[in-house]
Write a protein that binds this ligand. Structure first.
Ligand SMILES: Nc1ncnc2c1ncn2[C@@H]1O[C@H](COP(=O)(O)OP(=O)(O)OP(=O)(O)O)[C@@H](O)[C@H]1O
Ligand SMILES: [Mg+2]
Length: 238
């Protein structure tokens, strides 16, 4: 079986000189697939995302994209390879307008970005209406749309999202998930951390349950939702 398009393969590592937070953690996603990472607070989900994006010293293991070992590349160089990352916090420039945020997303591009911007506005029409407004004046769900839109401005092949639905209402969450599915259908790989485990596993091709920096369970979203052990220990029974 051939390897998936993006893989963080048996990654171990921690912050600075500190102890390992990740212990042989593996995450992978194929083109057009949605992979979802769930797990308790402090499990290392964000740390694993940072490791895949090059923001963490990976002491063991490797990260490969399209078969190429990118473990040694800086985050900026990974952006150049087609990766985009929306961090869990501070993911937009609040004092800039929505449009300026999108332009910032494209800072590595020297071609015409207007078509991509139209695609983002088609995906998130509210952003077109509010494009001249400071992003800090938007609602939580709208800000998350700005953050995702900004990431899409690089025309990535891989979109990494750390809790894109944090702090939004269930209706807005459903809508964001629909948009994320739409993005995946265009062939982009989605690697996403989610607190709303049930709903997120519901749209996941592959799900990863992380516990204490380790892979505790891996399977299709459907299989994990049906796994009695996952349900009991992680999805709150029933
Ligand atoms: N910048 C940092 N420096 C040192 N330790 C950190 C840093 N960021 C996180 N950690 C530690 O790494 C561990 C995992 O944290 P991480 O943020 O990856 O968890 P998480 O699964 O994303 O949690 P949450 O669901 O709360 O977002 C925690 O013990 C945390 O204290
Ligand atoms: Mg986190």
């Amino acid at each position: 079986m051939s390897e998936k398009f993006l893989i963080g393969d048996r990654m171990s590592g921690g912050y600075g000189q500190g102890p390992n937070i990740l212990h042989g953690c593996t995450l992978a996603v194929d083109k057009g697939e949605i992979a979802v990472i769930v797990g308790p607070n402090g499990a290392g989900k964000s740390t694993a995302m940072k490791a895949v994006f090059g923001m963490l010293n990976v002491r063991e293991g490797a990260v490969r994209l399209g078969g190429e070992d990118i473990t040694a590349l800086t985050p900026q160089n990974r952006v150049g390879k087609g990766m985009a990352f929306v961090p869990q916090t501070n993911n937009i420039f609040t004092s800039m307008t929505v449009e300026e945020n999108l332009e910032m997303g494209a800072f590595l591009r020297d071609d015409d970005i207007s078509e991509t911007m139209e695609q983002v506005y088609d995906l998130f029409p509210i952003l077109r209406d509010k494009r001249r407004q400071a992003a800090g004046e938007l609602s939580g769900g709208q800000r998350q749309q700005v953050a995702v839109g900004r990431a899409l401005m690089t025309q990535p092949t891989v979109l990494m999202l750390d809790e894109p639905t944090a702090g939004v209402s269930p209706i807005v969450m459903d809508e964001l998930f629909d948009r994320i599915i739409e993005v995946a259908r265009t062939g982009i790989s989605i690697l996403m951390v989610e607190q709303n485990a049930r709903q997120a596993l519901g749209i996941a091709d592959t799900g990863y349950v992380l516990v204490q920096g380790r892979n505790a369970h891996t399977g299709t979203g459907k299989a994990l939702l049906e796994d009695p052990e996952v349900r009991r220990t992680f999805l709150g029974g029933t």
